[in-house]
Design a protein around this ligand. Structure first.
Ligand SMILES: [Zn+2]
Ligand SMILES: [Zn+2]
Length: 355
């Protein structure tokens, strides 16, 4: 008589498994059906995913499933501290997995956790049929219901939108009329553009390189969109006036952004280092420029559950239109194509949809 293995809690699922640089396989893999999980509806491709796919990353030990910008439906009801999320509810996921016990976690700064793990880096992520939900995610309130007015693929972008909102919070109040300069015309640059224009209410200039994206920045209402070249600093200052920018957002992983920052940031300005840089990247500013001009440089990383909730509200009220940012759609089997689109700056965000 044959043993019946199918009655165990383990079932197979389709997933794009990262095995090492340039090696990703769409294959059946183990999935524990008895644990709370999300059935993935959409998972957006972040440039982080592509960097890991090409080069690996110190945080990532293959084999692992990447993808951290997830919209899915809960497979069984989940008891959160602020109520129950019933089976089948669509949610966005806060991908950080904090220990809940360190000095940062005890004060709610989960993204600064000393023992931080992350869905899509150290825990299997969203380029799969299912993502299991860690206990910590539930405890910190890391599942946020998606408003009905948002599509699945829009909801997959709530995570990067939350990161941008979190970056804005790190800057503190912005109380002057000088323009904001965003360096970078990618999805994150253009999410910042929409936030500064429609949420903060500032005049905004985008510095870009990719013509189709620069066109998109114009259609989203940037007051100026300037192409990056040798005299870019002069042209930015022509727009801001000699007083320079109130805020400069670095939304590109290209370190040449630092040279531009020092030339265009005004007195009492705030610089948001939003993008991850190549590892080991250093930058230098003139110390007295920083001192006498009262310039602040702020790093920002990931976000927190309340910010993800705020992102859902901002997107549902169309303060930020996420549909403008989704430009390419792929099936799970086409994940490498989606990565290729991302690394060649095709459109803005590519999304893997349910299959
Ligand atoms: Zn991301
Ligand atoms: Zn912790």
């Amino acid at each position: 008589m044959e043993a019946d293995h199918s009655s165990s809690a383990t079932e197979g699922m389709q997933a794009a498994v990262f095995h090492g640089p340039d090696n990703i396989l769409v294959q059946r893999t183990q999935y524990f059906q008895d644990r709370p999980a999300l059935k993935v509806n959409s998972c957006a491709v972040c440039s982080y995913d592509v960097r890991v796919f090409r080069n690996g990353h110190r945080k990532v030990s293959p084999p692992i499933i990447l993808g951290h910008e997830v919209c899915g439906q809960v497979t069984k009801s989940v008891q959160m501290t602020n109520g129950t999320i019933s089976e089948g509810t669509r949610v966005a996921l806060c991908p950080i997995i904090p220990c809940l016990d360190c000095v940062y976690c005890r004060t709610g700064q989960y993204n600064m956790c000393l023992n931080l793990k992350e869905i899509g880096s150290t825990h299997n992520g969203g380029f799969a049929e299912y993502v299991s939900i860690p206990k910590q995610t539930v405890k910190m309130g890391g599942l946020v219901e998606v408003p009905d007015s948002l599509s699945d693929e829009e909801a997959s972008l709530l995570e990067p939108l939350a990161c941008c909102l979190h970056g804005l919070q790190q800057l503190g109040p912005i109380h002057d009329a000088r323009p904001v300069v965003i360096i970078g015309d990618g999805p994150v640059g253009l999410l910042h553009l929409q936030l500064f224009k429609n949420f903060v209410g500032t005049r905004t200039v985008v510095v870009g390189k990719v013509h189709s994206r620069m066109q998109k920045a114009r259609s989203m209402g940037a007051e100026a969109v300037l192409e990056y070249n040798e005299d870019i600093a002069t042209r930015v200052l022509d727009f801001t006036g000699k007083a320079g920018a109130s805020v400069v957002v670095i939304a590109t992983s290209n370190p040449s952004a630092f040279d531009l920052v020092e030339k265009v940031a005004g007195k009492s300005s705030k610089i948001s280092l939003f993008a991850g840089m190549p590892s080991g990247q250093k930058f230098s500013f003139d110390a007295n420029w920083l001192h006498y001009n009262q310039v602040s440089i702020v790093g920002t990383f990931s976000s927190l559950p309340p910010v993800l909730e705020e992102a859902a509200r901002v997107a549902a009220e169309r303060i930020v239109d996420l549909s403008e940012v989704v430009t390419h759609r792929y099936s799970l089997a086409e994940v490498e194509k989606a990565f290729h689109t991302t690394e060649t700056f095709g459109g803005l965000r590519a999304v893997i949809n349910k299959f």
